[in-house]
Ligand binder design. Structure first.
Ligand code: SF4
Length: 383
């Protein structure tokens, strides 16, 4: 088995910058982010610039994502400088999608104006809920009015591509409560919605509360009702579900994330960031001090590096691609990996199809509606 580069060429080249700082830690969150001093944030920014200066690309970057953590915790001018450093260092596609995550508690119209002028053209706002009581339970440092204000401000400075992150299945939440939040979010007229069910991650305060029986999560039927409401309200508003948790107006899918789901190439800069280029995956140290020390002393920040053999790449591409509602193109997979996926997985695929979880149609393999609800179970069989 060998990759067949002559007939398959990756469309996108992503660039991810990780900003691992937050105002304070939300009790459900297991992402790599910490509250930090101004001095550490300043030092980290310098280290990032140094890492950018040592990065090279053989083809243009087409998508950029400043994520975290809370990128908007950095002064807007510093974010603009980081973006300018990337543009000066790397070849850049004219129509690059340039996204940034923002927490409503950390950004205002003036800062958003700086970001828009710097070249950011897509903003992803961590709204999470539009119910103040729920936001409090989630330990978010903002309220619903502040989230609305940030969306208005983003529009006023020229952001025409907005994503709102929302969560359902929250402690004490009802299906009707979720409908109200979703409708309120749709009233803000975003181009994109990322709608996640709250999951209880190990070693978080929510995990501890859950173990102690002190977290009143909605029962399964209520969560299923929330999923049905999600389908109904998003479709009614003209959104298309294109990934398990992601919904977009036509043509407004997040290109940066699509590149991950297509298992494309991307740079990852910053502490804890992962890069995957030409079959080699590297993960940076998940320690900010150590990351800064490594970069300051002219060393690579990687904690792990692995060459992905073609079979491992194929399986990853299948598992990632099945997250997309359109599924994966069998012709494209065959061209990319020089093998027939149906034969490769054989009886496993036949069984999943018989169970009504997977279907093959129009040259694509995709999850059924039932399969999307049980995606983790299906992926576990194919990974
Ligand atoms: S703001 Fe986001 S990244 Fe930061 S702690 Fe909260 S959920 Fe995690």
């Amino acid at each position: 088995m060998r990759p067949c580069a002559e007939v398959w060429a990756p469309a996108e080249l992503g660039l991810y910058l990780h900003i691992p700082f937050c105002l304070r830690k939300c009790p459900y969150c297991s992402f790599f982010s910490v509250p930090a001093s101004r001095e550490l944030i300043r030092r980290y920014g310098l280290a990032l610039r140094r890492q950018i200066a040592g990065t090279t690309a053989g083809r243009p970057v087409t998508t950029v994502f400043f994520g975290g953590g809370t990128p908007s915790i950095l002064p807007a001018e510093e974010l603009a400088t980081l973006l300018a450093a990337c543009r000066a260092q790397l070849p850049w596609a004219e129509e690059a999608e340039v996204s940034m995550e923002a927490n409503p508690a950390t950004i205002d119209a003036k800062g958003l104006g700086v970001l828009r002028r710097a070249g950011f053209n897509r903003l992803s706002v961590g709204v999470q809920s539009l119910d103040d009581a729920e936001l409090q339970v989630l330990g978010r440092p903002h309220n619903a009015a502040e989230a609305r204000a940030v969306v208005r401000a983003a529009r006023s400075v020229g952001f025409h591509n907005l994503n709102l992150d929302l969560m359902y299945g929250l402690p004490g939440q009802t299906a009707e409560g979720w409908r109200q939040t979703l409708r309120a979010a749709l009233d803000m007229d975003p181009e994109h919605l990322a709608l996640y069910e709250l999951t209880i991650e190990e070693r978080t305060p929510f995990a501890r509360l859950s173990e102690e029986g002190r977290l009143a999560l909605p029962p399964e039927e209520e969560v299923l009702a929330m999923m049905a409401i999600t389908a109904e309200e998003t479709a009614g508003a003209g959104f298309v579900r294109y990934e398990i948790s992601n919904y977009a107006r036509p043509g407004r899918q997040c290109r940066h994330n699509l590149n991950y789901w297509h298992n494309g190439d991307y740079f990852g800069l910053g502490a804890g960031a992962v890069a995957c280029l030409a079959g080699r995956r590297c993960a940076a140290v998940r320690d900010i001090e150590q990351y800064c020390l490594l970069i300051e002393s002219g060393q690579e920040p990687w904690a792990e590096a692995e060459e992905l053999d073609p079979e491992a790449s194929l399986r990853e591409t299948v598992v990632m691609g099945l997250r997309l509602t359109a599924g994966i193109s069998l012709t494209e997979l065959e061209a990319r990996f020089n093998l027939n996926v149906l034969q490769y997985y054989g009886s496993t695929l036949r069984r999943l199809a018989e169970q009504g979880l997977l279907v093959q149609a129009n040259g694509n393999l995709r999850l059924t509606a039932r399969g999307l609800n049980l995606a983790n179970q299906v992926m576990a069989e194919l990974v």
